[in-house]
Design a binder for this molecule. Sequence first.
Ligand SMILES: [Fe+2]
Ligand SMILES: [Fe+2]
Length: 360
Amino acid sequence: MTPSAHETLVAPLDSAAAATERANAATVLSPQFYTTDYDAMDRIDVSPVRAEWDAMMKEYEGDNNHDHFKRTEDFAAEIKELDPVLKQEFLDFLVTSVTSEYSGCVLYNEIRQRVNNPDIKQLMTYLTRDESRHANFINASLKDYGLAVDLKGLQKTKPYKYFSPKFIFYAVYLSEKIGYARYITIFRQLETHPEKRFHPIFKWFERWCNDEFRHGESFALIMRANPHLLRGLNTWWIRFFLTAVYATMFVRDHTRPLLHQAMGLDSDEYDYQVFRITTEISKQVFPVLLDTDSPRYRAGLSRMHALAERAMRAKKEGGLVNALRRGACAVGIAATFVQLLLLPTRPNALPANMRVAPAW
Ligand SMILES: [Fe+2]
Ligand SMILES: [Fe+2]
């Protein structure tokens, strides 16, 4: 696909105000901010996994990335002029990423301040430390383009969504592990094709994604310590979150085909590789696995993407007929989501060893 052949359906990011507005958006595709039941969070007991928990806390304490999120002297010199469409997709990627990193930072910090439970408080202190580094590092790259997002302002203006602790665990575990899988897939691709590394930030992804991996491990341990979260009706909630998170990621990534193409990746293949890695890791905790490589699953996601793109185009064009079209698309998306949710899954017996190594 050439830049001109790709139809841009999102407004251009041409000012810091536009970047903050994009980060503030409360659409289905944009990262959300969350609140939870802090008293219930306070009651979480990790004593059934004490040995694993203490070992993990030692890793956080060691802070092996304390010196990582600093720019090297040659960083600025490596920033190149980009094709305008690719530049927009890259900026959109940075804004989505900074919002997502900061969403974690805000949630973890809020939990840290409101609980007395020493285990949870200690974990949240480490998570806040890491996510704040990640968000600030991305924002520095947006600043190079004059597009730094007003993160503090976002905390006051962006709508918050309430999730009970159980849903926070499913959603955050997945987003941390997917974060790892996304960053490592990009890093490995650019490691073998350095000529396609069009921005220096990608060099930071390897050590960065190990933070995300460890964050995911923490939520895996919390869920393994509370096995009622992983059986019965909750199996359906896990399926729901897996389907929602995967479908959102697929649609959002397909709005930026040139970003992947510039790295020598295909959006489809990139996403399915990320799903495969995430599924493999999630065997540590989830009792069901989605068969993301099955033809029916892939057809469902493609349909979801086509409908979402039709809806975005109708929104851009405006008018009454397009409003009706958007309604029809929304019905189609909901029906496709239900079909995906009902596709057969593979059962998974949880392993005795709860930890996984970041081996990708
Ligand atoms: Fe992060
Ligand atoms: Fe994280």
